[in-house]
Design a protein around this ligand. Sequence first.
Ligand code: HEM
Length: 343
Amino acid sequence: MTIQFKDESFRGDFTYANSPSNIPRFPFPFPEDEYMYSTNIEPHHAARAGSPFENAFDVDEHYVAEMKDRALVLADDPGRCQALPHMETAGWDFLELVMVSKARDYPDLFKLTMDGDRWHWINKPLQIDDTFTFGDSSTLPCHPMEYIGRQVQGDHAILDQRDGNLWMDAGIITAQADWSLDFDIGMNFFEWHAPVPLAHELGVFQRALKFLLTLPQGQPSRRLNWTLTVNPRLDTSPENYPKWGPDRMTVTPENIGEKVHLRVELQTFWRLPRSNAILFPIRTYLMAMNEVVTQPKWGRRLHRVMRDLRPELVDYKGLSRYHPILVEWLSQFDDGAPTSPGI
Ligand code: HEM
């Protein structure tokens, strides 16, 4: 498989876009015409060749550009990558999982050679060729979580498991939908989810935690989450709110198709072998409204979902400023035809 990596930006002139061939593989997140929070977790089985679920860690045409954006964020704010002292073993677990998976799934791009603890890693797209001793952080240029986190698309939180809860004790988070690692570090599952409306009352988090606490090694799970972002900006952190918050005021009926992006998170859950921690990758996919509506069934369904979205979710997801304009704009793509369940 050969991937043509795009030279594009997620800031400034915002040259990010999806190639026409990349659009159908977007993980459209709505299996029904309406949306409400649920414990929507399923096995992370390999699915459909060419889909974002085909491989353990999906690599697509945005890989190199996303890694450049991560490096910019980290240079500006090292606090986006933090690990409490007891999380070093989990960092090595994370590194191993990614290297083994990528070398297996994309042998033309990544190569891993293990000679006992002596590992040789080649990442062709990022032009990295390193040899190190597995488990010895002094043989890497930085913490193992940061080393591998700079080479894998998506943010990554690592949760320590103790006292019947999960604790956000490490993470490399540079592309978040308005939450802060620096604020959440050391919090437990219920504490970091506290701001989410309605889901607590529905028992979503109690069920999800129960499931995650018994997650077995080698049987990863996944779920999709979504929001909207104005401009294809990856770094919508609270730390940088002054840079992106005002963008919401710039949406008009004329520019909404290119400005507003559906932002989908493919979230996966992995039990790590040595540390017993859980790795939580949050892989973000961005697609402009103009690109979404090239698929008629997506345009039709998105109109219905947005039109009927609960006000609490409109508010929490930060859509209030332009939600009415969006619903009106999407209505032209809804011919009223019935839709079938599934994506
Ligand atoms: C939102 C982290 C697993 C459901 C969030 C937020 C964070 C987060 C940081 C943002 C909260 C804020 O507003 O500050 C995590 C981590 C997980 C995890 C680290 C790994 C264990 C889950 C699971 C579910 C879930 C298993 C449900 C099955 C939600 C929902 C939201 C949310 C519904 C609101 C999202 C939105 O409306 O955009 N999560 N989460 N999370 N999480 Fe999780």
